[in-house]
Design a protein around this ligand. Sequence first.
Ligand code: AHM
Ligand code: MG
Length: 334
Amino acid sequence: SNEEAPNTDLITLTRHVLSDQLRLGAAATGDLTLLLTAIQVTSKFIATNVRKARLINLVGLAGETNVQGEEQKKLDVLSNDIMVNALRASGKTAVLVSEELEDAIIIEEKNRGKYCVVFDPLDGSSNIDAGVNIGTIFGIYKVRPDSKGSVEDVLRPGSEMVAAGYTMYGSSANLVLSTGSGVNGYTLDAALGEFILTHPDIKIPPRGKIYSFNEGNSMYFNPPVNAYLKSIKFPSPPKSPYSARYIGSMVADVHRTLLYGGIFGYPDDKKSKSGKLRLLYEAFPMAFLTEQAGGVATTGTKRILDILPTSIHERCPVFLGSKEDVQDLMKFYE
Ligand code: AHM
Ligand code: MG
């Protein structure tokens, strides 16, 4: 018959992370694996809600305004609650920072663990009503030695993160993760309820053919950005111009950039002096993944992962993607 025999040796995310931890030897206690298990559950739960949003009236405004002064969507609120509850109950966290919450949550002693999780529970929310891909972004720090958990534990450079990732809710749910030794992508098998390794060792091509900027902001962009964009749209022959792709959902735009290469940018400009994206739970995790995949992530002049945050909701300019493309952009800043 034409039927293929099923794979009887699936590599689930948990199996994969565990084997990584075993490889690292005595230092690993399995706590990170358990924390990642809790995060996987939140992604499955959020994915389910995103899918049925239209049916159960989760689309639309929840009638509250978040710290950034934006109206919250019902799904944002729900996703935030799902994550806070699961992360607290995991017993593996000490500090939580969410885009949706003004203050960091310091976990009470009886549930306290040694990890800090910074996250955007549902990024790209302007796309929810149109059914476009959205996602959850997260970064993980270990508390500093002797700390019982305070906001200082997350006001650290992104290079000190121990893991980072995102889950993209699209035609399937894709979880992309790095624990500091490369990047792997997993796809949710809905029947099994498990994330299965489908994209092992993701590497960004050294050069791509796609640029991803909100060019509607061109009149506000600073000269280096406009000059760079001009250079890829009007290249000198025999080079051909780049293709434009901009979804307006960071997770989806970065996901495509990791797989196909090219450059994603959300610059600072004359209107948004520090850009739009949030350093802790958007720029850092995506920069961490980009570098782990062999790409470059910069503010234009500075490596993103080297920035020392001074407040949990601060913003920063972001350019990331294929090494050569991002280096081309950086030349316009010199
Ligand atoms: P959000 O956290 O309010 O959803 O905003 C973040 C999103 C990113 O996903 C995306 O890259 C960016 O905002 C798009 O912004 P714009 O609509 O200005 O192009
Ligand atoms: Mg966001």
